[in-house]
Design a protein around this ligand. Structure first.
Ligand code: SF4
Length: 399
């Protein structure tokens, strides 16, 4: 076997490009939540819908040479709170995208919405605009928890938003959180029971974590002990499994055939073009994988000529970047995907794979590589083993 010198140009060779998704960022919210570290900004008065839409279209146009001839397999309109935009604006946005990019006719098209910003007519308008999946930021059905999280909605508004969403969409996700200030395991169980009673096909359940640059970081609330939060995670996983949801990614649970195709593409180290303030993108070319980033501040994004920063991911970083995504998938990935997406031979990480296997964190057969139950639980530990994986020559191939 010829060793691969990863610092040489041409070290990466992709035989085919991955599926391409489109992410559109809408950066405004009614109010900034104290735990939120996303690029979201409290709106001040009227939203500059028209101005922002124009800039988004210019943003797509400047990116066209990078994605020429490729088809968009899914669209995700995230934020922020994109449901603050009118259905007419979302209609203009999706029409503009379809006029400039080749979007697959059945592309999953998700819009993030928050209770308190949507009612039935608005959902009908989003559906008519071409949105076919709604992701609702519910977080909890307990008014005390919602207040502690600084959310603008009540439990009653959450339930009304779900009913309204389900009246127009059959593909709805609920975002839930556990490990909340002063939350008990029984309260987390009750929250989940309410989510299940709604009958939505997808649930994303996240543990609250305290991130830098948030109000909670500066004034931390009293969170449940680590063991209690771990018990909540078990309760969530068991209840969703008992109700027929497949646990397919660290935090994602779906009824059969309802997995989020857009997110699965991220986790399979697929490509995505990101447009809008602060949007990130990942685009592959036959000899390199690149990452892109747009100006973060909405005002600056709208005032400046469209531009983005681009960096080529060093081949030495690709194994870790791939694993960071793919090992979140409960079923792991097909072995061939590593080479398809990174352009590197799997033998490059043979030592790390064997080591993780011997520690009971990973298992593999002739076709797939997947985290064990222990590997899922100690995911960071598993990922750490791939941090330096690309910095050596590959292990000799067996045989
Ligand atoms: S609604 Fe969502 S995006 Fe907006 S501030 Fe709250 S957590 Fe962040």
């Amino acid at each position: 076997m010829i060793p691969v010198a990863l610092d040489r140009p041409g070290a990466v060779k992709l035989a085919a490009l991955p599926p391409l998704a489109l992410y559109i960022h809408i950066p405004w919210c009614v109010r900034k939540c104290p735990y939120c570290d996303f690029n979201s900004h409290e709106r001040a008065g009227e939203l500059p819908e028209k101005e922002y839409l124009n800039k988004l279209m210019m943003d797509v146009e400047q990116a066209l040479p990078l994605v020429w001839g490729r088809r968009i397999v899914s669209i995700f309109i995230g934020g922020g709170t994109p449901s603050l935009f009118s259905p007419e604006a979302i209609d203009a946005l999706l029409s503009g995208v379809r006029a400039r990019l080749q979007v697959e006719p059945q592309a999953e098209t998700t819009l993030e919405a928050n209770p308190g910003t949507v009612e039935a007519a608005r959902f009908r308008g989003f559906r008519a605009a071409g949105v076919n999946r709604i992701s609702l930021g519910i977080q909890s059905f307990d008014d005390r928890m919602l207040a502690a999280l600084g959310r603008i909605h009540s439990a009653a508004e959450a339930r009304a938003a779900i009913d309204a969403a389900l009246a127009s969409f059959d593909n709805v996700n609920l975002d839930l959180m556990y490990g909340l200030p002063a939350q008990s395991v029984a309260m987390a169980r009750a929250d989940l029971a309410q989510a299940l009673a709604c009958g939505v096909p997808h649930v994303s359940a996240y543990q609250l974590t305290i991130e830098p640059n948030t109000v909670f970081y500066r004034r931390p609330p009293q969170l449940p002990e680590h063991d209690v939060a771990a018990d909540m995670q078990l309760v969530v996983e068991e209840a969703l499994a008992a109700a027929g949801y497949e646990h397919y990614e660290t935090s994602a649970f779906a009824r059969p055939a309802r997995r989020c195709r857009h997110n699965v593409n991220y986790w399979q180290f697929g490509d995505y073009l990101g447009i809008g303030a602060g949007a990130h993108g990942k685009l592959s070319f036959p000899d390199r994988v690149t990452r892109h980033e747009r100006t973060k501040q909405p005002r600056e994004y709208m005032e400046k000529e469209p531009s983005f920063s681009e960096r080529t991911v060093a081949p030495t970083e690709l194994p870790f970047e791939f694993m960071l995504n793919a090992l979140r998938l409960v079923e792991g990935f097909e072995s061939r995907l590593f080479t398809e997406r990174t352009g590197l031979p799997l033998t490059l990480i043979e030592n790390e794979l064997s080591h993780a296997e011997s520690r009971g964190l990973l298992e593999r057969d002739w076709k797939r590589i997947r985290p064990t139950a222990r590997g899922q639980r100690f995911l960071n530990e598993l990922l750490e083993s791939f941090l330096t994986a690309g910095r050596r020559s590959p292990a000799p191939a067996s045989g």
